[in-house]
Design a protein around this ligand. Structure first.
Ligand SMILES: Nc1ncnc2c1ncn2[C@@H]1O[C@H](COP(=O)(O)OP(=O)(O)OP(=O)(O)O)[C@@H](O)[C@H]1O
Length: 361
């Protein structure tokens, strides 16, 4: 990237360029950020039911939705930082405020030293945003969408073309480079939009559920591209997800968002330490669980039940007893499968008081 293409670096208490051309220190600082949607009928049309939408945030009697409620966050330069939470928790609202697209009711957002609440127009120079909604570039081909993004970010035509070619090759998108975005599958379109976000590089990548609908190969391409940019250029990534497996594998730190608030912020390992010592026993019954068997009836009292699948979080000793109880005697005939696992980020999340319903496994 040439100096003229690079977002204007700002020296200051946050986001200094550390003498290496990389930003160092704080990338993003959020204080007491709050947003309440006041119209009850707006914003519910993004493919979710009114009930589902209402589930995550506090909905007042007047139909107000308190989507963010006093959020504090500190994201360091070079971090892959995640926002994890169920549907409607307020994650997208938060990133839309960080990206200058939505004005908060109160609170502050600083990105690389810039006050984004006062100067939302600066966000476009500092970050690349991959939102959930489909793009205005939908009618363009994959290559043209990426190239146009580069041009809009101030690249020369030759530079935009060159970066586009590199990114399409990196992500394996060359075979569909000349197909319009609107005519691609959901996963292909998502990958193409991710490619466009990478052209005309920005020091902060804000990705709202980037891998939704992608197959494992495409997912891997996304995470390799992210890793490469972090390693080579110190790029910071803010990732919205409700996929706990992805969160565990790719994130340096994660803020758990629930009902518009950050209920915990730590490394995935740090969060999992909250449930250290527990194990998770998953039982899958062939049909109905045989609750007339006393041992099964006892398990039923502490299990989280979802159809044929029961989950029990407990101590290793008790888990051993439960496994013995269901793998010997009359319960065994009714058992289809069982697994015993160490705790996941989801277990930590549930322990924190989050709701499991909207988290993907
Ligand atoms: N424009 C809007 N108008 C009114 N309510 C809104 C609007 N946008 C979002 N909401 C509501 O605010 C709450 C938070 O929504 P948000 O989209 O920020 O959640 P999310 O955590 O990103 O959810 P998901 O994981 O489903 O994308 C939800 O209850 C949602 O229905």
């Amino acid at each position: 990237m040439s100096d003229t293409d690079r977002p204007a670096p700002q020296a200051g208490p946050q986001g200094d360029l550390g003498g290496t051309g990389r930003y160092t220190g704080q990338c993003c600082t959020v204080r007491d950020l709050a947003k309440t949607y006041r119209s009850p009928s707006r914003g519910l049309g993004r493919g979710r039911s009114r009930d589902a939408a209402a589930a995550g945030a506090e909905r007042g009697a007047t139909g107000e939705v308190r989507a963010n409620d006093g959020i504090d966050l500190d994201v360091r330069c070079g971090e892959i930082f995640g926002l994890l939470g169920p549907n409607g928790a307020g994650k997208s609202t938060l990133v839309r405020q960080l990206t200058g697209l939505l004005r908060p009711d109160r609170g502050s957002v600083h990105i690389l030293g810039h006050d984004i609440v006062r100067h939302p127009e600066r966000a476009a120079r500092l970050l690349a945003y991959l939102g959930q909604e489909s793009t205005a570039l939908d009618e363009l081909t994959v290559a043209l969408a990426a190239e146009t993004t580069g041009r809009l970010r101030g690249l020369t035509p030759a530079r935009a073309r060159g970066e586009t070619a590199d990114v399409l090759a990196e992500l394996g998108l060359e075979p569909i480079a000349h197909r319009p975005l609107a005519k691609l599958s959901g996963g292909q379109r998502r990958l193409a939009c991710f490619a466009a976000a990478l052209v005309g590089e920005r020091p902060l990548l804000v990705l709202d559920e980037p891998t939704t609908g992608m197959d494992p190969v495409a997912r891997r391409a996304v995470w390799s591209a992210v890793d490469r940019r972090r390693a080579e250029r110190g790029t910071t990534v803010l990732l919205v997800t409700h996929n706990v497996i992805e969160a565990e594998t790719v994130l340096d730190r994660v803020a758990v968002v629930d009902r518009g608030r950050v209920i915990a912020c730590d490394t995935p390992g740090g969060l999992k330490a909250l449930v250290d010592g527990d194990v998770r026993l998953d039982l899958v019954w062939r049909t109905e669980a045989p609750t007339d068997v006393p041992a099964v009836a006892r398990i039923a009292e502490q299990a989280e039940r979802s159809g044929r699948r029961w989950t029990v979080r407990t101590s290793p000793e008790q888990a051993r007893e439960l496994v013995t109880a269901v793998t010997t005697g009359p319960a065994f005939a009714a058992l289809d499968d069982f697994t015993l696992a160490t705790p996941s980020l989801e277990d930590a999340y549930l322990k924190l008081g989050g709701r499991g319903g909207g988290l993907a496994k």
